[in-house]
Design a protein around this ligand. Structure first.
Ligand code: HCD
Length: 510
């Protein structure tokens, strides 16, 4: 029954409207649907926030019984239908307030303070404590987080980096196309489950910008260590989910199978990342680094951060850059295959941009707004993160309730993306919805918000834009009709079954 919740059109319709905050719809469409808010004059106390006042372990037990955690995103959507646009819930040892409206997200991020903090995934912290490894910027907090984050922004996120990243990422996209063409030569088209190919594409891409070197993962022979790394990252995510709500102290002492597997997965991840980092550093010392230097090289050269800390954050970026972009690209290809007209429009835009820019990829990117919107639209329907979280730095009023400082508040990204009060016809893949005039505040939150947003965002966006550009120039994307594909929570949100796709070479493409 649960599995059907998200696929039913308008499944999120019909929760108590009276309490809803004013909503702004895209292209004005959904705005009219929201009734005028009935916000009381005086804010209500925190204790009155709707929700089940049951002990956290009981809630956790129930969650486990209802298909484990793999339906977390659907269960959240159901809670919003039951309680309205704000509810409180205790899961295991973690108490949180959950919100769904963009207006509330705006209020929350305004209250995040100078040192914003998100929910700090306890098993990831516990692993580093166990192995005595420094935290990377993902898990750091306070001033240490801030100074390191500012340095990393300069090397990974700043807009000035685009000209340097584009050729690196475009080269990998081109290799993917070459590989697909070779595969299609046998039978006129390349059909299958592309997840493994896309994992390799994503790892190759992120390593090219991090280390400035190619691993060669888009060839027929793939190094077994790289393959092991990819599997370890998926296993690390998969084993995080069941450990997510347990108290950290219990984790460290735990000898359970899941925790053991989790530790082993991180060991493989750190081992492989260390090999990449060491060989890049060796090259640097020899002074012989030919070609581009890569993010790691730049960080080491600048010498503003101890190597141990650089290592921790580079490892996080390498691991974070595999499943996230590859799954998003898989969803994007599926949506394009299902919406052939949108696909044609995108292709026309890409080809026109190519004529105009003479193949200069950086200029082409500026001329492909619909393509960028298609990625936003993909992340609306298929966000990587089920929620965004913040601990409030000072009091904030959400839906007329006083939320005290230090409260964990979660923006339900998945539920928001499919809420008809926020997005008109939410079940339709319509990139155009992002292109009309007017402000669209706090709607495109796929990479989070503010100083704590995704550090890999620039890399991920360019990687996905360039990939889709190359693919659209050369192939028609098709899929079998009918196959309904759902979403499952595996710490990040992923397809609940393999996606079958076909890449068919276009007439006249080189
Ligand atoms: C998972 O309830 C569900 O970019 C939890 C809340 C939560 C907290 C942090 C999120 C996580 C969720 C999903 C995966 C995220 C993570 C922060 C960074 C991480 C969104 C939503 C990710 C995939 C980068 C991972 C890097 C890692 C491999 C070092």
């Amino acid at each position: 029954m649960l599995a059907r919740v998200a696929t039913e059109p308008g499944a999120l319709r019909g929760w108590p409207r009276a309490a809803a905050a004013p909503r702004r719809g895209l292209c004005g469409a959904a705005a009219a649907a929201a009734a005028p808010p009935a916000v009381p004059a005086a804010p209500r106390p925190f204790g009155q926030v709707p929700g089940e006042r049951r002990p956290g372990w009981l809630n956790l037990l129930r969650l486990w019984r209802e298909g484990g955690l793999s339906n977390l995103h659907l269960i959240m959507a159901r809670q919003f239908r039951r309680f309205g646009p704000i509810y409180r819930e205790k899961l295991g040892v973690y108490d949180s307030v959950n919100i769904i409206s963009p207006g509330d997200a705006a209020a929350l991020f305004r209250a995040e303070g100078a040192l914003p903090e998100r929910f700090s995934v306890p098993p990831w912290v516990a692993y580093r404590d166990l192995r005595n490894k420094p935290y990377g910027v993902l898990l750091k907090s306070g001033e240490a987080w801030r100074s390191e984050r500012l340095l990393l922004n300069k090397e990974a996120l700043a807009p000035e980096l685009v000209p340097g990243f584009v050729p690196l990422l475009s080269a990998v996209g081109q290799d993917f196309v070459r590989r697909a063409q070779a595969q299609a030569r046998h039978s006129g088209a390349w059909t299958g489950d592309f997840s493994h190919e896309l994992f390799r594409f994503a790892l190759e891409s992120v390593c090219h910008v991090l280390y400035g070197t190619r691993l060669g993962l888009l060839q027929d022979f793939v190094q077994p260590e790289a393959q092991r790394f990819i599997e370890a990252v998926s296993r690390m995510f998969h084993t995080t989910a069941p450990l997510l709500h347990l108290p950290p102290a219990l984790l460290r002492r735990s000898h359970g199978r899941t925790w053991r597997e989790h530790v082993q997965a991180w060991d493989v991840i750190f081992g492989q990342a260390d090999r990449c980092i060491q060989s890049t550093c060796r090259e640097l010392r020899r002074g012989g680094a030919r070609g581009p230097r890569g993010i790691l090289g730049n960080l080491v050269e600048r010498q503003r951060l101890p190597l141990e800390h650089i290592r921790a954050s580079v490892t996080e970026m390498m691991a974070g850059g595999v499943d996230t972009t590859s799954m998003t690209l898989q969803w994007a290809l599926l949506e394009l295959a299902r919406a052939p007209r949108v696909q044609e429009q995108l292709r026309a835009e890409v080809l026109a941009a190519k004529r105009e820019a003479g193949g200069d990829r950086e200029r082409m990117l500026r001329g492909t707004r619909l393509l960028r919107a298609a990625i936003k639209e993909t992340l609306r329907l298929h966000p990587v993160a089920v929620t965004l979280q913040r601990y409030t730095a000072h009091e904030v009023i959400l839906q007329g309730y006083r939320i005290p400082p230090g409260t964990l508040v979660q923006v339900a990204l998945f539920a928001m993306g499919r809420d008809p009060a926020v997005f008109a016809e939410p079940e339709r893949f319509r990139p155009q919805r992002w292109l009309c005039a007017g402000p669209r505040p706090f709607l495109g939150l796929g990479f989070g918000f503010g100083p704590r947003q995704c550090l890999g965002r620039r890399i991920a966006e360019l990687e996905m834009q360039l990939f889709l550009m190359h693919v659209l120039e050369n192939f028609k994307v098709e899929t079998e009709r009918g196959a309904e594909i759902g979403t499952k929570f595996d710490l990040i949100l992923v397809p609940d079954r393999p996606i079958q796709l076909t890449l068919r070479p276009l007439e006249g493409a080189e």
